[in-house]
Design a protein around this ligand. Structure first.
Ligand code: SF4
Length: 255
């Protein structure tokens, strides 16, 4: 039985997948996003060690609520694929014992082969595509994005449903050209069920202060509803353009 390093637990989550969900936050992340609201989850050696059986005991009292609401379990972080064998076993047990729906909330910064057993037990991936320009992505997160885009393509080829997310930070991740590019990229994926634009918020800023880290987005404001709507429009426009380009390409093949 595997042991995971746990950051925290939420028993009635409604934001990370369909229905009411048990949300498990794990320790460890290889990115350092400038807007991260859980910087205390970065250190892979911190948190509480718990076995799969101990986590299952936390889930059990609420299983009926999760099932009747069309919910399930979501594992997030930090980056949950860093503890892939633990999460794979947890998901397999949730399915075997209760038939629970399983969702993985990931940055996608992961070698798909490392996560194969985990993906085999995953019903839905909530995938953050933070920025399409790789250099801009590195400035935002400390890492380039090629590996993340490859992970998204792998999920598509494997037929795993995705909800794609973009955190909208004014003047950082809201550039029209990058949102268009995101839409075009999504048009090439077969299993995107939903695209969510999540407005940047400042609720985790105090954690940066507590950890003695300097917060580079000091003074950054939260976007308003109109800005979020505009971002959704740019992404949808990119998806239409991408789909039209793909149709043209296929038509040429059959000419
Ligand atoms: S991937 Fe998530 S947990 Fe990791 S730094 Fe970025 S926002 Fe934070």
């Amino acid at each position: 039985m595997h042991t995971g390093r746990i950051h925290s637990i939420e028993t009635f989550g409604t934001l990370d997948g369909p229905g009411i969900r048990f949300v498990l936050f794990l320790q460890g992340c290889a990115l350092q996003c400038r807007y991260c609201h859980n910087p205390d989850s970065w250190d892979a050696s911190a948190g509480q060690p718990r076995t799969v059986e101990e986590v299952l005991a936390e889930i059990e009292p609420y299983v009926d609520d999760y099932k009747s609401s069309g919910g399930g379990i979501t594992v997030t972080g930090g980056e949950p694929t860093l503890q892939a064998p633990f999460v794979a076993e947890l998901f397999r047990e949730c399915k075997k014992r209760w038939g629970l729906h399983t969702a993985l909330d990931s940055s996608g910064f992961c070698d798909p082969h490392h996560a194969e057993a985990l993906l085999a037990a995953t019903d839905l991936v909530l995938l953050d595509l933070k920025y399409m320009d790789s250099e801009g992505h590195r400035r935002l997160t400390t890492q380039p994005n090629e590996r993340i885009l490859a992970f998204a393509r792998h999920l598509s080829r494997r037929g795993i449903p995705m909800w794609v997310r973009r955190v909208l930070v004014p003047e950082l991740t809201d550039h029209a050209a990058d949102l268009l590019e995101l839409g075009r990229f999504l048009a090439g994926l077969r299993t995107v069920e939903k695209v969510e634009v999540l407005p940047y918020h400042r609720m985790g800023v105090f954690k940066w202060q507590q950890l003695g880290r300097s917060y580079s987005l000091e003074g950054c404001r939260e976007p308003d509803a109109k800005e979020v709507e505009r971002a959704v429009d740019w992404i949808e426009r990119g998806r239409r353009e991408g789909a039209a380009a793909e149709q043209k390409r296929l038509a040429r093949l059959y000419e």
